[in-house]
Design a binder for this molecule. Structure first.
Ligand code: KG4
Ligand code: ZN
Length: 351
């Protein structure tokens, strides 16, 4: 079976094509193209929905055409279209939805509506599927989805069986990185720049270290909160700059402490939730799962606590259509006609 996937939920226009082999349950990636809009949004310090929508409209036909060319197939060879219908930015989602509906109508193809968060979760299944050993992944899985729009823990007892265990009460972790970077005049997106700066930090024993809070780290529930961390950084900067000049060294230290605060909270909450719900595997996905420190530290902690750990390939952490194709492959029973497809910006993974 050949699956064409379309993803336009935020600021990445992406089309992927996979070929599945039902007999040995493997997949082959024929194309995975992503057109990023970072250059459009960076001067605003975040994604501007109307600009994102216009860029998707302009780029999607080109990305689609190039994906078919790379896969060396024609639209008539496609069996089904997997499509992100939500959650996400409404003006962005509707571009992908309208394009997929038109394709499905013109070529008489069914559509599988895919939840973007479920797509992130399935980014962790890709490598095993390619290698033909998906069955090596052990359920239940405690999924931490951390991106610009989500910070949630989902227990996955089996394919299609998700329970929401906890989520952020305010900002998402990626959003916190983006806002911190904006306060430090580091540009957008914040995660990669903060991470790079933090790597350069060298502790100075003679100096009092900068300390930021670990919000809700010891609360009994599995929820998160990152807006307090952002506020703490704001007041730290206000105080600091009233008496001192900002230097590259101080920026490195702030980046390091800010990143470690986010990493500490994410790891502590995920390990606690995994223990509480008897998970066998911990899986991290979403844009922030590209963070090297988070990857390194959660891998160590998961192993110490006898959990298997799944991390997506770094280029699969941020938004891409390949993860939507893999999620579509696990939701073939949701195949439907183009008339039943609509964008749902607030789509939930659980009822
Ligand atoms: O999954 P994604 O592409 O889009 C959403 O669904 O939100 O995630 C984008 C987010 C941004 O907030 C970005 O700052 C963050 O992921 N991000 C990172 C890193 N790379 C991207 N955060 C921390 N460290 C990184 N290396
Ligand atoms: Zn995402």
């Amino acid at each position: 079976m050949i699956i064409l996937a379309i993803e336009t939920s935020c600021d990445d226009t992406s089309v992927a094509i996979i070929k599945t082999n039902e007999k040995n349950r493997t997949i082959e990636v024929l194309a995975n193209l992503i057109s990023s809009q970072i250059n459009i949004h960076k001067k605003w310090g975040g994604v501007v929905p109307t600009l994102a929508s216009r860029a998707h409209s302009k780029n999607l036909p080109v990305v689609f055409k190039n994906a078919l060319r790379e896969a060396k197939i024609k639209m008539r060879d496609i069996d089904v279209i997997a499509l992100t219908i939500g959650p996400g930015l409404a003006p962005s989602l509707v571009v992908g939805v309208q394009y997929a509906r038109a394709l499905a109508y013109a070529y008489e193809k069914p559509i599988i509506p895919v939840n973007h968060a479920e797509g992130h979760i399935y980014s962790n299944f890709l490598e095993n599927l390619i290698a033909g050993n998906e069955s090596a992944i052990k359920f239940p899985i405690m999924n931490l989805i951390v991106s610009g729009g989500h910070t949630s823990l989902y227990l996955m007892e089996d394919h299609g069986k998700f329970t929401l265990i906890g989520k952020t009460r305010d900002d998402a972790a990626g959003e916190a990185f983006d806002k911190a970077a904006k306060m430090l005049s580091l540009g957008y997106p914040g995660g990669p720049v903060i991470s790079k700066l933090a790597e350069q930090f060298k502790p100075d024993a003679a100096k009092q270290p900068i300390k930021l809070p670990r919000p809700m780290m010891n609360s009994k529930d599995s929820d998160f909160s990152f807006s307090g961390l952002k506020t703490a950084l704001f007041y730290f900067l206000k105080n600091f700059l009233s008496e001192n000049k900002m230097t590259k060294k101080i920026k490195e230290e702030i980046a390091h402490e800010f990143q470690q605060s986010v990493v500490d909270v994410l790891i502590h909450k995920t390990i606690s939730a995994a223990k509480k719900h008897n998970a066998k595997t911990i899986a991290v996905s979403g844009g922030v799962s590209a963070n090297s420190e988070l990857r390194k530290q959660i891998e160590t902690k998961a192993k110490e606590n006898n959990f298997s750990i799944l991390l997506p390939p770094k280029n699969m952490s941020t938004d891409n259509a390949l993860m939507i194709a893999v999620a579509g492959y696990h939701n073939l029973d949701k195949k439907t006609s183009w008339e039943n497809i609509d964008a749902n910006p607030n789509l939930k993974l659980t009822k």
